[in-house]
Design a protein around this ligand. Structure first.
Ligand SMILES: Cc1ncc(COP(=O)(O)O)c(C=O)c1O
Length: 471
């Protein structure tokens, strides 16, 4: 077999980076630098495995990863070859002076967009197989909904998921499939409160929830957030329900202390109120053990749990779920029958199979590893090169970090300038109501790779400098 000297590189077995990732990085670098041109064929997996002295499955994993990232394509009968995709061009196009806004056509992520998973890592091949299998073996399951509450097999898979990952013991009957967590939040409001009622919302917090409540004539009581999490409503408050993000406060990032959780449960019991736990991204924890969901240790059954597939799987799938306490099953069923099911039925059976086969978890673990690396990269850079402008608190979780700005720098102004050069930062102050003093930038780290972050960070730094000089 002909030698392939351009792929010759050594594997560092003492490195922490897995071997397959070392292979990926090496090929990625060569594609970006132009060493490997579009159409170049890669060695067959068996040959390459022998050449490197690794197992064939390691090479297959590396190639599959690069296919998912868009660097390679697999051609039936011909093996793998390099493809020229926009993401590679982006790395070349970005300059520190001007980050070109990525247009709709290329569909590349905008640097630092918050709550944005990297859909280039989506397991297309495995998902396509799961969908094809349902089409072949059980096509009715894609078209004919047999329940207002979601596909029963998906509800079973979700029951297992929340038990394993979030410590929640629930039967499939307690689970209702929704069109993402925003829909789930709306279903909770429709079920549990009416016009004129008051609900407690974290401040700062998730703005679409506040807008929905206000649009439906529900009064909002602000729950300010301190180091232990959201503050418990006062006993004089008439709040019927509190919406919380206890595992990972949105957008600040901390976890609610155990004591504060108990205070909330005591409040809900004494006021005959409910807690809605919005757990939209808590599978993404990068150090230590996952923080158990509040619903997992709620022995008074006052917590309604909301989860979503938008962040951990696909934001365009629009699927999420509610886990209701048994006492509320009838009320949730009534809401869904009255307002109808908004979740798309078509992908539900395939998703159930995908979860049960373990493919879903392989993907989840893989993106969690990638996002963990990206998070570390961003935090290291901010700690090293951005100390003149502000600082971050590392909560080891989630999809974004908050960069708290130094006095004199205003988040809204900087976010505006950054947007003009194609960098998407969200001003923290816009997530808060009233004078909370929050002044920072929310930086998403999941949607773009380390290579793509670099020029965007340079551009952001220039932007900070310009604002400092203007003072
Ligand atoms: C706190 C919070 N809740 C809910 C959502 C919405 O999730 P979904 O896309 O599942 O509707 C988001 C989206 O970023 C969020 O940040």
């Amino acid at each position: 077999m002909k030698q392939t000297p351009w792929l010759a590189f050594s594997i560092d077995r003492s490195a922490k980076t897995p071997v397959f990732e070392q292979i990926c990085s090496s090929i990625r670098e060569r594609v970006i630098s132009g060493d490997l041109a579009e159409g170049t064929k890669l060695p067959p997996t068996r040959v390459f495995a022998t050449e490197l002295g690794v197992s064939r499955s390691t090479i297959i994993t590396a190639y599959d990863q690069l296919v998912a990232e868009g660097y390679l394509r697999s051609v039936q009968g011909s093996g793998y070859m390099i493809c020229a995709l926009g993401e590679v061009e982006l790395a070349k196009r970005i300059t520190s002076k001007r980050i070109k806004r990525v247009d709709e056509q290329t569909r590349l992520p905008i640097p630092f967009q918050a709550s944005q998973p990297d859909m280039r890592l989506f397991p297309h091949r495995q998902w396509a197989k799961a969908v094809a299998r349902v089409c072949r073996t059980n096509p009715e399951a894609m078209l004919i909904s047999n329940s207002y509450f979601g596909n029963i097999q998906l509800r079973e898979a979700i029951a297992e998921h929340v038990s394993e990952w979030r410590g929640i013991d629930a039967s499939p009957q307690q689970i209702f499939v929704t069109a993402g967590s925003t829909d789930a939040l709306e279903i909770c409001l429709r079920t549990l409160v009416g016009t004129g009622d008051t609900i407690g919302l974290e401040n700062p917090g998730y703005q679409p929830m506040r807008q929905f409540a206000e649009a439906h004539g529900v009064a909002v009581s602000n729950l300010n957030v301190d180091d232990n999490g959201a503050e418990v409503p006062r006993t004089s408050s008439t709040a019927r329900l509190a919406v919380l993000t206890p595992s990972h406060q949105y957008p600040l990032g901390g976890a609610m202390s155990p004591n504060r959780r108990l205070e909330f449960l005591a409040w809900a019991t004494s006021q005959d109120a409910w807690i809605v736990e919005d757990d939209y991204d808590s599978e993404f924890r990068y150090a230590g053990r996952p923080i158990p969901a509040m619903a997992g240790f709620d022995h008074v059954n006052r917590t309604i749990y909301i989860g979503s597939f938008s962040k951990i799987f696909s934001n365009s799938l629009r699927l999420g779920y509610v886990v209701a306490p048994e006492a509320l099953i009838d009320r949730f069923q009534a809401t869904l029958k009255r307002f109808g099911q908004r979740a798309s039925y078509m992908p539900q059976q395939a998703l159930a199979d995908f979860m049960k086969s373990g493919e879903f978890y392989r993907h989840l673990r893989r993106v969690r590893r990638t996002y963990g690396d990206r998070r570390k990269f961003l935090l290291d850079k901010l700690a090293r090169d951005f100390t003149d402008f502000g600082s971050c608190v590392d909560h080891h979780a989630g999809m974004q970090v908050v960069f708290h700005l130094k006095e004199g720098l205003k988040d809204v102004e900087i976010a505006k300038s950054a947007a003009e050069i194609g960098v998407a930062t969200q001003p923290l102050s816009q997530f808060a109501t009233g004078k909370t003093g929050h002044n920072g930038l929310i930086l998403g780290f999941c949607g773009i790779s380390e290579e793509e972050m670099n020029p965007a960070l340079n551009a952001l730094k220039d932007c900070f400098k310009r604002h400092l000089d203007r003072r």
